[in-house]
Design a protein around this ligand. Structure first.
Ligand SMILES: [Zn+2]
Length: 193
């Protein structure tokens, strides 16, 4: 299983984790499944009503039902999964492994992204890791993004995460990168009068 993360979704995942750092964030993933083996994550939306604790997060049942119905009526996007963070600071380390609760919350055809957020020890460029995760640093934080799904035997498996936007990205180079991605292209140029 391959998972592609848009620049939008990438920042939303990181910002959600940082906002409630020391507690877990929870949210939903919007996008589509391109074939049986590819998820495209266009947006990551944080659940404001989630009850956050250090090692767990619970979604508000009523709000969740309302959102499910709303999302069922979106024209082009669908809910393809959810995300939450595993966080640590100081000597407590956030770990990437799925908890027993995480596994029991998983469903077939549903992608779960876990953002492992820890205090940064040293600056590291964003990179793909051999285990399918994607990691790097921004500001004072080290992040590792992992994607999980259930295989045909309902066993949890780790997907291969891809975020072309994040790769080669270095926090100090944001202005340069931004200038490059914001360069005029056919998509952004104004229609000729
Ligand atoms: Zn978890």
């Amino acid at each position: 299983m391959d998972v592609y993360i848009s620049a939008n979704a990438f920042w939303a995942l990181l910002i959600s984790a940082v906002e409630v750092y020391k507690r877990e964030c929870f949210g939903i993933l919007l996008g589509y499944r391109d074939s049986s083996n590819i998820y495209i994550v266009e947006h990551a939306i944080c659940y404001q009503t989630a009850q956050r604790r250090h090692t767990s997060v619970e979604k508000n049942g009523r709000a969740s039902k309302r959102i499910q119905r709303f999302l069922g009526n979106l024209p082009h996007l669908s809910m393809i999964g959810d995300f939450h963070s595993h966080t640590g600071w100081g000597d407590l380390k956030g770990v990437g492994a799925l908890s027993a609760q995480d596994v029991s919350d998983m469903a077939s055809d549903h992608l779960s992204i876990i953002i492992v957020a820890n205090d940064k020890r040293r600056t590291g460029a964003w990179q793909y890791n051999g285990d399918g995760t994607l990691s790097g640093t921004v500001d004072e934080y080290h992040f590792r993004l992992g994607g999980y799904y259930l295989d045909e035997n309902a066993r949890p498996k780790r997907a291969n995460m891809f975020c072309p936007y994040a790769i080669g990205f270095n926090a100090k180079e944001i202005p340069q990168k931004f200038i490059r991605t914001a360069a005029p292209s056919s998509r952004w140029s104004r229609p000729k009068a």
